[in-house]
Design a protein. Structure first.
Length: 233
């Protein structure tokens, strides 16, 4: 038979757990929702080797990141740093072109069914691979301003015999004048052109993030007390 003291302790524990639901809350896990069987909103992207002969040795492939962008669908990491986590996944995008000189990709913005906690397209990444050595370099491309329909981006992808150079140089970025880069022969500097087709769908608006509701910093004391210039002066 349960003693009155044990019964009181059990009731107290039950009340405490009810009053503090966060103490027993489980980490939320969100897997991707069902695929949309008829996606229509797509970014159409082509990547062309500026020198056709480079296509004999190098190939291009693309990946796209999808993430759960609704605030209510994320969770705070149960760790000391308490980061806010949006579940996400990176997926390979198939090359629709049979021409080795030009790769064509379609990234669907409506890849998933639009329901509560829908996974939205977040960002792409383009990789160039040396088929002889297996080495990879990636482009610093894929920000929202890079994905405007009709936009073009040029880059040079350097390949070296070591692991130090791992990204393409583009957006007007000059090749550094350093011994490392000077040692890369012209044949291993692969120029490419990335184009977002004019008939691509525009990106969807950003969803509010976990930090959207945080108050903006107040102006400093100096900013509040600095007198405004008089236009008549």
């Amino acid at each position: 038979m349960t003693s009155p003291k044990s019964l009181r302790h059990g009731i107290a524990a039950a009340i405490l757990m009810t009053a503090l639901p966060s103490a027993v809350a489980q980490t939320k896990v969100f897997t991707p929702p069902p695929l949309n069987p008829h996606p229509k909103e797509a970014l159409h992207i082509t990547v062309t080797f500026d020198r056709p002969e480079d296509a004999r040795r190098y190939t291009v492939f693309m990946r796209a990141r999808y993430r759960n962008q609704q605030t209510e669908c994320g969770y705070i990491e149960p760790d000391w740093n308490r980061r806010f986590i949006y579940p996400e996944g990176v997926f390979d995008i198939s090359n629709e072109s049979s021409d080795p000189v030009q790769a064509r990709f379609s990234i669907y913005l409506d890849r998933y069914n639009a329901h509560e906690c829908n996974w939205e397209f977040a960002s792409p990444s383009i990789w160039v691979k040396d088929s002889l050595t297996g080495k990879l370099v990636t482009t610093f491309w894929g920000l929202r301003e890079s994905l405007v329909p009709g936009s073009t981006y040029k880059a040079v992808c350097p390949f070296l015999d070591n692991e130090h150079v791992r990204r393409c140089l583009g957006g007007g970025e000059a090749v550094p004048e350093t011994p490392l880069y000077r040692g890369i022969p012209a044949s291993n500097r692969i120029p490419i052109t990335i184009e977002v087709s004019a008939d691509s769908a525009p990106l969807r608006p950003r969803m509010p993030s976990h930090f959207s509701n945080f108050a903006r910093p107040s102006p400093s004391t100096d900013e509040r007390t600095t007198p405004q210039a008089n236009p008549a002066d």
